[in-house]
Design a binder for this molecule. Sequence first.
Ligand code: TXA
Ligand code: MG
Length: 329
Amino acid sequence: MNVGLSTLILPAGDAAVAEAARTLEAGGLVAFPTETVYGLGADATNPAAIARLYQAKGRPAFNPLISHVADLAAAEKIGRFEGEATRLARAFWPGPLTLVLPKTRDCAVADLATAGLDTIAIRVPSHPLARAILHAFGKPVVAPSANISGHVSPTTAAHVQSDLEGKIDLIVDGGPVEVGVESTIVGCFDSPMLLRPGGLPREKIERVLGRALLQAPADEVSDSAQPLAPGMLASHYAPRTRVRLDATTIAPGEALLAFGPPVAGSEHAAAVMNLSARGDLNEAAANLFGYLRALDARAAATIAVMPIPHHGLGEAINDRLRRAAVGRE
Ligand code: TXA
Ligand code: MG
């Protein structure tokens, strides 16, 4: 149904923001930058728009979406904030944190967006363009990452274009994103639970809480029909090329995704990209998805990935790499 649309691409600016708000109001699909990755936005209160969104991404409709709002006051209209949820929102919004909360009784977000759950995922992004669009539109915007379902998330407008041109109405180009991995998702249940590691390091959240986050049970973070964070399907962030993790050697024909000083023999690799030559995890996160896309395009037999430390943004980087390495039939 969407195929054959002509996709308008606008540079960041007032005209793009106004066009984005108009398009959302009309039930259209708008890709825009957030600080984490580019999102594909639709009016969260419009089931027909959300149905188009699932279709454009090729995403299963049992996988619920994050509602993006401009501020905590707007968030409180759709989610029930208590104790620690309010504390986390005050500490980290706007920013790369998504909270999963009970829905309010009069929540305006369509059931299709929450896949019939009685909880809702909410986030207040910090990117100025995302904020401007949310302010101009004035209603919640559901926005999954702006890629074909199962592909690597987009960190530039060009990535969005290569996945979704002809299937969506508008792409707002705000240049490369800053963080590079999706938001951290915390379930605000009896005790806060880490549902997806992401752009806000666990350590920072635990410092505010004064204790450890609970860990989502391993089998919830897989291919079951109703997992806690249902988008955490085992092979969610996959390039086409086989991915080999924790590589300390490199075989002929392999492409190398390095971190820090490259492994010996890297000069014989089919291609080498270094996530961060100086070993900086923030820089590595920002480069991760773009480099995976670039190496995937080299048609090497395998992408060998050097070990990445697990602290800070390393937890999210390792999570996405593990998913990229899961074989698909
Ligand atoms: O950084 C981000 O979060 C980006 C930008 C665009 O904001 N968005 C993003 O959305 O990553 P998406 O759709 O790719 O991932 C949303 C995740 C999925 O794993 C989904 O299952 C989970 O949030 N989710 C949504 N609603 C949920 C709920 N009620 N309970 C548990 N998990 C939920
Ligand atoms: Mg995604």
